[in-house]
Write a protein that binds this ligand. Structure first.
Ligand code: SF4
Length: 394
């Protein structure tokens, strides 16, 4: 299968212009109603609004975003925000509201996103894999362990949970069972290469409650992607996964590991356009780190590549002529501007054995997530250590 055979797939629904303004206004109105109902007193309301404004200002991007994504009845602002309206959409605001009025907030409960490595199994061995040395060893966590982890996270209200690996699709039956055991309070995503994402599996996962699919695609050309992923089927898997995800109404985020060679404006534009054709709502630009299969290698982007990626991120999202294309999401931009939200600030990684780390790249292994009496202190240590590369997020 080549790129052109996928051009018939419909573009995602992106909302822009007056409809986008009206949608965003409705979201802010619903947040305001939530704050007023929960916190009642005008003095508290003012404190909370001040804090929310400060945070918004800190994360503001020049020119702002001109669109939002609409998928299966919900609005999505990024792959790291819950769909609106959902039960846990206001969760992030609520945590900041509690901080604004000095209500004590636990280290685990304040997180927005937890990524859990479901399995060490994966049919690939990609050039950059951060779990490379662990791949295809025997899994130590059982389905029952994973159910306990999910329950623990949902009991404190974690709004967004991502399953990665290995490849979670190598254990699709467990993934379906886990989704069925969810209490429905979190948006749950899977990160995959596209392996085993057949139409039937897409339907099973959607019916069990899956929200979105993050598909790894590292080049817009099949041959180059397959070389990077060291498997001649990898590109077709990614394309077919997107097609099936779109057919069943999952949110699609295409995720690329930016190499120095790939980071040109032309390549990024081709990537964006391919992602639009296969139905993605987001593309995510991830910078390589010298961990896993890249350990000890000189893979970090240089300033000229970062400049290209930042310019592409800002200009593409702000340019009205791109309103029909997916939203570009670039965590590195925000990490440089506002500090890293990983390291137990807003994000936590649970590895294939159940141990907590700051993120898949900062592997400062802490205690096991199911050791209840050390969870809070481990996250506290992580927060104090901060990120190895970026400033701390406060
Ligand atoms: S990067 Fe993902 S798909 Fe590639 S080998 Fe690692 S776990 Fe598998």
């Amino acid at each position: 299968m080549n790129n052109n055979q996928h051009t018939a797939i419909q573009a995602p629904t992106m909302i822009s212009g007056a409809r986008k303004s009206w949608t965003v206004m409705r979201i802010w109105m619903s947040i305001s109603v939530f704050i007023v109902r929960k916190y009642k007193s005008p003095a508290r309301f003012i404190k909370i609004v001040r804090r929310v404004r400060q945070i918004k200002k800190r994360h503001n991007v020049a020119g702002a975003f001109k669109k939002v994504a609409y998928v299966d009845g919900r609005i999505y602002l990024s792959p790291y925000n819950n769909g609106w309206p959902t039960r846990n959409f206001n969760r992030a605001v609520d945590i900041e509201a509690r901080k604004a009025i000095n209500d004590p907030v636990g280290n685990l409960e304040q997180l927005n996103t937890v990524m859990i490595a479901l399995t060490k199994k994966c049919p690939l061995n990609c050039e950059h894999c951060y779990e490379g040395p662990e791949l295809n060893k025997k899994d130590t966590l059982t389905l029952d362990d994973h159910k306990k982890i999910l329950k623990k996270l949902q009991n404190v209200g974690i709004p967004l949970i991502q399953y990665g690996g290995g490849d979670p699709m190598a254990k699709v039956n467990d993934m379906v069972e886990l989704l069925k055991s969810s209490d429905g309070s979190s948006d749950i995503w899977i990160s995959t290469s596209g392996f085993n994402f057949s139409k039937e599996n897409a339907r099973r996962l959607k019916d069990a409650g899956l929200t979105g699919l993050s598909i790894s695609l590292d080049h817009h050309e099949a041959e180059e992607h397959n070389k990077f992923r060291r498997n001649e089927k990898a590109f077709d898997w990614a394309m077919e996964a997107a097609q099936h995800a779109k057919e069943v109404g999952l949110v699609i985020n295409m995720s690329i590991c930016l190499t120095r060679e790939y980071t040109t404006k032309e390549n990024l534009q081709s990537y964006l356009e391919l992602s639009a054709r296969i139905g993605a709502s987001f593309i995510q630009l991830v910078e390589p780190r010298a961990v896993g299969n890249y350990a000890g290698k000189d893979v970090y982007l240089r300033s000229e590549h970062i400049d290209i990626a930042e310019q592409f991120f800002v200009e593409t999202n702000a340019d009205k002529s791109n309103n029909h294309l997916p939203i570009v999401f670039y965590p590195g931009y925000h990490q440089r501007k506002s500090g890293c939200p990983g390291a137990g600030s807003k994000y936590l990684y649970i590895d294939t054995d159940g141990y907590m780390s700051s993120c898949p790249f900062c592997r400062n292994k802490k205690t096991h997530i199911l050791e209840d009496n050390t969870t809070e202190s481990s996250i506290e240590v992580m927060r104090n250590e901060g990120c190895e590369i970026f400033e701390k997020y406060n």
